[in-house]
Design a protein around this ligand. Structure first.
Ligand code: USQ
Length: 382
């Protein structure tokens, strides 16, 4: 298939590009390096430096023979997208081109504005590029489990049947996000649903939980092909941060009581999920929503596993409960459905002690690059 990836330089975008190319698809990526610029501006560079897309694509092609076409440009620019669409006419559009950090979106007016403008603007352009240039193209959009928040009822897969005064109908499951970033994903979902209902767009919205992992087989051990691995307070996610903190010998930063529970998944499973969504396109006018995670953990449970596995590897891991910089429930009910991707054939890679030990040992190989000044939270909205 012809697959266009927006945000192809990112933590998920680049691995997806390699994975799709290795599966024999015709792959084209677009990225304007927004994430690299934001990371540099906030002193949040990743653990392992990576060359820019043309160099990465050339290295990957030399190693594997698979080609990835690259456009260094802004998917928020209508002309840039139109040029690529007219030449490539994608059959699937994988949209990752969003500012992905909750703390970044809560820093100040400018960061909030960039998050809002970029995320909604690119989604809007992606929809219009499909409608104008490739109306059969299947939009695969990366949403987030954080759209739902932590309601006191079971979370369904995107939709809920409601009986009201004796009548029944199906609606989007209620959303209640905890950051502006997560709220932009809620707005994306509504925008996409509108264009499905009224214009016959076909779309899959993947409600993904936090992802962990440093590398994938397609990188072949070459650090230049590994995804950007952030461990700072702004772009690093909980488990990835804990791995680095354990190796650096600083206490694990559990925010508040640590009962915050989320649905996590291995980077390898993100690739499987996106591929499964792509292989099963939905009919025009339909918005399919899939909850994309394999296991739920509280922050305390993750910290405890890192402490235990790190201890077995000779690391002295301690845990510190910091005042929570975020406004969020620290103890709550959490029972989200997630059978849709399993029904499509997802084979989960669970977070076993062996998987955690492998990740810790990869981080340890780069221990000299850890800057412990990037660990404590700088952005607070509690
Ligand atoms: N947390 C800690 N200590 C830390 C970092 C985080 O206790 O050092 C806690 C947070 O307070 C939160 C939980 O861990 O309760 C998850 O935080 P996170 O930073 O790992 O993830 P989050 O901000 O929710 O965002 C990440 C990605 C985002 C994606 C989302 C999926 O950055 O792009 O959409 O995970 S989800 O969490 O399901 O919304």
């Amino acid at each position: 298939m012809r697959v266009l990836i927006l945000g192809g330089d990112g933590y998920l975008g680049w691995p997806t590009a390699m994975d799709m190319a290795a599966r024999g698809h015709d792959v084209w990526v677009i990225d304007n390096y927004l994430r690299r610029h934001m990371a540099a501006d906030t002193d949040s560079e990743p653990l392992i430096p990576a060359p820019k897309l043309p160099d990465r694509a050339a290295l990957f092609e030399a190693a594997t023979g698979h080609k990835i076409r690259v456009t260094e440009g802004d998917a928020g620019d209508r002309e840039t997208l139109a040029r690529v669409f007219q030449e490539f006419v994608p059959e699937a559009l994988i949209h990752y081109a969003e500012q992905p950090s909750a703390p970044y979106s809560m820093r100040d007016y400018d960061s909030a504005r960039i998050t809002l403008d970029n995320n909604l603007g690119v989604t809007f352009n992606a929809i219009w590029a499909i409608l104008e240039h490739a109306p059969d193209c299947h939009l695969i959009k990366l949403g987030t489990m954080g759209e739902y928040g932590t309601p006191n009822i079971d979370i369904e897969e995107g939709w809920i049947d409601i009986e009201h005064k004796g009548r029944r109908d199906t609606f989007l499951f209620p959303r209640a996000a905890g950051s502006l970033y997560h709220t932009t994903k809620v707005l994306d979902t509504d925008l996409i649903w509108f264009y499905c209902r009224v214009y016959g767009l076909r779309a899959t919205d993947l409600m993904q939980g936090p992802v962990y992992g440093l590398t994938l087989p397609e990188a072949g051990g070459d650090t230049r092909l590994m995804p950007h691995f952030h461990y700072d307070d702004i772009f690093g996610t909980a488990l990835n941060r804990f791995l680095v903190q354990a190796v650096a010998g600083v206490p694990l930063t559990v925010y508040g009581k640590g009962g915050q529970t989320r649905g996590y998944l291995n980077l390898l499973d993100t690739l499987q999920c996106v591929n499964l969504a792509m292989e099963t396109p939905v009919e025009p006018g339909r918005l399919r929503i899939l909850n994309q995670f394999t296991e739920t953990f509280s922050v305390n449970a993750l910290a405890e596993q890192v402490r235990r596995v790190g201890g077995q590897m000779g690391l002295d891991v301690t845990v510190q409960n910091l005042p929570n910089p975020r406004k969020e429930a620290e103890e709550h009910y959490y029972n989200p459905a997630h059978s849709g991707l399993l029904d499509l054939g997802l084979q989960p890679h669970y977070l076993t002690d062996e998987v955690m030990a492998e990740m810790l040992s990869l981080v340890r190989d780069h221990a000299d690059r850890i800057d412990t000044g990037r660990i404590l939270p700088r952005v607070k909205w509690n």
